[in-house]
Write a protein that binds this ligand. Structure first.
Ligand code: PLP
Length: 441
């Protein structure tokens, strides 16, 4: 009641705008996973580690727009460069721009598995393109994804997806055929994946295994280095491509992404979010030169090629923003510093959980911090009864997470759906300590 009272008395401007939004925008939100309980806040200003809503309330920003703003919000050195670029040629010309090349060169230099880069409109598009490319290159159709992983909302990837907090995603509107070649396998179970690869081998083979290298739903259910290394070996053995979906981990786990962190080279890498430093059209496919060359366009350049494109892809605005954001991430060691902030926050949260005896668990991989009810870690398909119980709990947990998320907001902290925290370069010790006091309240 106290939390709802906060929203009723302190967030009238947000409430008015969200009611207006509901008249012309389905649900009043633009993403089906957007957090909107009891209603979404409307933000007026965002700088560094803080956001201010239209009613003048100030928040610590642990949402980070879902991950892209590793440098903190509205980072001045990038903003200035974007303004210069816009004065020169506006956001788009449709022809080549120097920053396209500079961005690609920089990504190829820092990411071990990336010899060439093609920009895309979003992470979802990059996943679609990478899977098409894998099928074109291998001549095979089937794709194995890791259960609970999120790879965007394309038909072939979203169907049947299990998110740790939400249960199964809606399959409405997705024809059965669209997912006939998508298979799911549980995290950290290499034997199950080997069995699928063997089964597929008798039926035309596997084009690719796609994984979020810190674990499904970007580390909510962590996977080990050994699991990733095992996938690398299995893919080699069965002539399938290994695709790392580094939409979240790219540049956030270090300039070399999770592949640099683990020292494992995927064949294809999917990038998004941090790739353009929070500016629009964040998506990219990177990978081995011989595979990437199948994207060569034009007439008569190659006999085998996979088609990808997009009117606004690789526009100068996105590329300039990405180039200068990545330079700044490199110069400031943003991933390392945001990672230290993540460690400090997770340690503090663990102490609070322990002190108050809460049924929670906090864990992090650098700047990606998870705050979950302990039930989420119990998922175990070998015990059906337990699974049913956990599934029922999952439904309750969803609402509980919503309520917790709203409670954090009422205490001046914005999280991702009450269960994920992204830290940034802007998160000084003072910001983290302030946040810990608010979490404890
Ligand atoms: N892959 C992963 C691991 C993601 O976390 C996301 C988005 O959150 C996507 C793909 C889809 O990216 P986008 O939202 O840019 O389409």
């Amino acid at each position: 009641a106290k939390v709802l009272d906060y929203f009723e008395t302190r967030c009238q401007g947000s409430k008015r705008l969200s009611e207006q939004a509901k008249q012309v925008i389905p649900g009043g939100v633009q993403h089906n996973l957007a957090f909107n309980y009891p209603f979404p806040l409307a933000i007026r200003e965002a700088h560094d580690a803080h956001m201010t809503d239209v009613d003048g309330n100030r928040y610590i920003d642990f949402l980070q727009a879902g991950g892209p703003t590793l440098l903190g919000s509205n980072y001045p050195a990038v903003l200035v460069q974007v303004q210069v670029l816009l004065n020169e040629c506006g956001p788009i010309t449709g022809l080549l721009h120097e920053y396209e090349v500079k961005l690609a060169e920089l990504v190829c230099q820092v990411m071990p598995g990336v010899d060439m880069l093609r920009m895309m409109g979003s992470g979802t598009e990059a996943v679609m393109g990478a899977i098409r490319l894998a099928r074109a290159y291998t001549g095979k159709k089937r794709v194995i994804k890791i259960g609970g992983g999120y790879h965007g909302w394309s038909d072939q990837m979203v169907y049947g997806m299990r998110l740790p907090n939400t249960g199964r995603m809606e399959a409405i509107g997705i024809p059965r055929g669209a997912t006939a070649t998508t298979q799911e396998s549980l995290p950290n179970d290499l034997e199950a994946i080997r069995r699928k690869l063997m089964w597929n081998r008798l039926r035309g083979g596997t084009a690719a295994v796609i994984v979020e290298p810190f674990g499904p739903e970007s580390g909510t259910r962590p996977v080990t280095r050994d699991f990733n290394a095992g996938l690398r070996k299995l893919c080699d053995e069965f002539d399938a491509l290994l695709i790392f979906d580094e939409v979240v981990t790219g540049f956030r786990a270090g300039m070399g992404g999770a592949q640099g962190y683990f020292g494992i080279k995927p064949d294809l890498t999917i990038l998004g979010k941090c790739l353009t430093g929070g500016y629009p059209m964040a998506g990219g496919i990177g990978g081995r030169r011989d595979i990437m060359m199948m994207l060569v366009g034009g007439i008569g350049t190659t006999t085998k090629r996979a088609f990808v494109g997009g009117t606004l892809t690789a526009n100068p605005l996105s590329c300039a923003a990405g180039y200068f954001a990545l330079l700044e991430m490199q110069r400031t060691q943003a991933a390392v510093k945001a990672g230290r902030a993540g460690d400090r926050l997770r340690q503090g949260l663990e102490q609070i959980i322990e002190r108050l005896g809460l049924p929670y668990v906090a864990y992090n991989m650098g700047s990606i911090v998870h705050l979950q009810t302990s039930g989420v870690m119990l998922l175990d398909t070998s015990n059906l009864l337990k699974l049913i119980r956990v599934k029922n709990e999952a439904k309750e947990r969803k609402h509980m997470m919503e309520e917790m998320g709203a409670a954090y907001t009422a205490h001046g902290i914005i999280t991702l759906a009450g269960s994920r925290i992204y830290t940034s370069l802007a998160d000084t010790d003072e910001v983290i300590d302030d946040a810990l006091n608010r979490f404890e309240d």
